[in-house]
Write a protein that binds this ligand. Structure first.
Ligand code: CAP
Ligand code: MG
Length: 435
């Protein structure tokens, strides 16, 4: 018995070239490599079907009302497709549900050899459903009462230090000019460095460093854990007078970050988003989800700062990608750049601070700051401070001196003439770009 494909399949119902999406529709942009045995239309029909209302066969349970909710592939090339979705398909402020739709089953379909979600343009009606950052760019002024960039420092070795060792390094960095002592992404509450002890001791160290320097100091303490435990950890951080806390946003997941955002609003705190594990799906240009869209989701949920790369450091971060994300996080209106990202209006949603981190040291900071072209950002320097030949305090001073050189528009060599710590950093690393 041969099956009548025409009576079983309805994937091409989800293709509507020339369709003009309504202003309140979501529009997703994908890169795809289709399977050999099917056509491009078969592929883009499947993508729009499986991510909206459809399945592999015609249905006796379908009615006109539901049919009108279908996704539509309305524009494509051989490897790119734009799919529009009625707003009604999406529960506002439910990011897991959004991702279960636009980044769910379709990635597992036989119809595609590769698939990458490049971007999704969210209508203002969807944007207004989410809180956005509690402080965002305002954190620089509200917490530190200064102009950016904010300077963070991760005590290194990244894990293994006791609370006492961690706080000693924190003291040296804070008194050397660092604003924020940041936990590493894999430091939580291990036997050698228990969370509550670290918070309490670091708070005492912070108070002494503020007295010593007359500057405001804070920390990016990592609360990453099971969600209820994270809530307890944020409370401990808040009780000890810190304004920021850090979450590993990919390993904890969208729901946990939304819960953390609710708590940050209740306690008037700011969230630093570490993106460890993002490269499992962002790295390859032909499959996965772009870091650009992950950054968009994080501003929408409402983190206050997020790592987006350095261009010159040890981790993969192409310059145009970094510039696109800088604009996505700091601007309110984004124009489409065909094939790279869609247009996006943020309305009045607060901006999120971009963070440059990974392989940075004084010799490369002016280049990073020039690429970013803004002081509305966070610089994180770990090894580039603790690897200074004269230790953490000198490394912190050298890093501050390199930032000052950029602000004063003079070369590092000129600055080094009156900055011995910077001179020593240049002697060790020069302008090395770590791989
Ligand atoms: C940097 C870092 C950060 C990376 C994360 C690390 O340390 O603490 O986690 O920057 O990458 O563990 O490598 P260094 P990204 O300053 O010593 O390099 O910022 O790209 O998300
Ligand atoms: Mg780290």
């Amino acid at each position: 018995m041969t099956n009548d494909k025409e009576k079983i399949e309805w994937y091409h119902d989800f293709i509507d070239r020339g369709y003009k999406p309504k202003s309140d529709e979501l529009i997703a942009l994908y890169y795809f490599d289709k399977a050999d045995e099917i056509t491009i239309d078969d592929t883009i029909g499947r993508l729009a079907s499986e991510s909206s209302i459809g399945t592999w066969t015609t249905l006796e349970t379908l009615d006109d009302r539901i049919y009108s909710m279908r996704g539509r592939s309305f524009w494509n090339t051989d490897n790119l497709v734009k799919i529009s979705y009625p707003l009604v398909l999406w529960e506002l402020n439910n990011i897991p549900q959004l991702m279960s739709g636009i980044a769910g089953n379709i990635f597992g379909m036989k119809a595609v050899k590769n698939l990458r979600l490049i971007d999704t343009s969210l209508p203002i009606e969807y944007i207004k459903g989410s809180p956005g950052p509690n402080m965002g760019v305002e954190a620089i002024e509200r917490i530190f009462k200064k102009e950016g960039p904010l300077l963070a420092c991760v005590p290194k070795p990244k894990i293994g230090m006791t609370v006492e060792q961690h706080c000693k390094v924190g003291w040296d960095a804070w008194t050397g000019g660092v604003d924020l002592i940041k936990d590493d992404e894999n430091l939580t509450s291990q036997s050698f460095n228990k969370f509550k002890d670290r918070v309490e001791q670091l708070a005492k160290t912070r108070d002494k460093a503020e007295q010593e320097t007359g500057e405001i100091k804070d920390a990016l303490i990592n609360v990453t854990a099971e969600t209820h435990e994270m809530e307890k950890r944020v409370e401990i951080i808040h009780e000890n007078g810190f304004k920021y806390f850090m979450v590993d946003i990919v390993t904890t997941g969208f729901s946990a970050v939304q819960t953390m955002r609710n708590l940050a609003g209740d306690l008037d705190m700011a969230i630093h988003a570490h993106r460890a594990m993002h490269a499992t799906f962002t790295k390859h240009s032909n499959h996965g989800i772009s870091m650009y869209f992950l950054a968009k989701l994080m501003r929408l949920i409402g983190v206050d700062t997020i790592h987006i790369g350095t261009v010159v450091g040890k981790l993969d971060s192409p310059k145009q990608d970094v510039l696109d994300m800088r604009d996505l996080l700091l601007n309110q209106e984004i124009l489409e750049d065909e094939g790279r990202h869609l247009s996006q209006s943020w309305g009045t949603m607060k901006a999120t601070l971009p963070c440059a981190s990974g392989g940075l040291h004084p010799g490369v900071l002016p280049e990073v700051l020039t690429v970013y072209g803004t002081t509305d950002m966070v610089l994180q320097v770990g090894g580039g401070i603790h690897g200074h030949p004269d230790g953490t305090y000198a490394g912190s001073k050298a890093t501050v001196q390199a930032i000052e050189a950029w602000k004063e528009n003079i070369t590092l060599e000129e600055k080094a003439r009156s900055s011995p710590e910077l001179k020593r950093a240049l002697e060790k690393w020069g302008y090395l770009k770590p791989v």
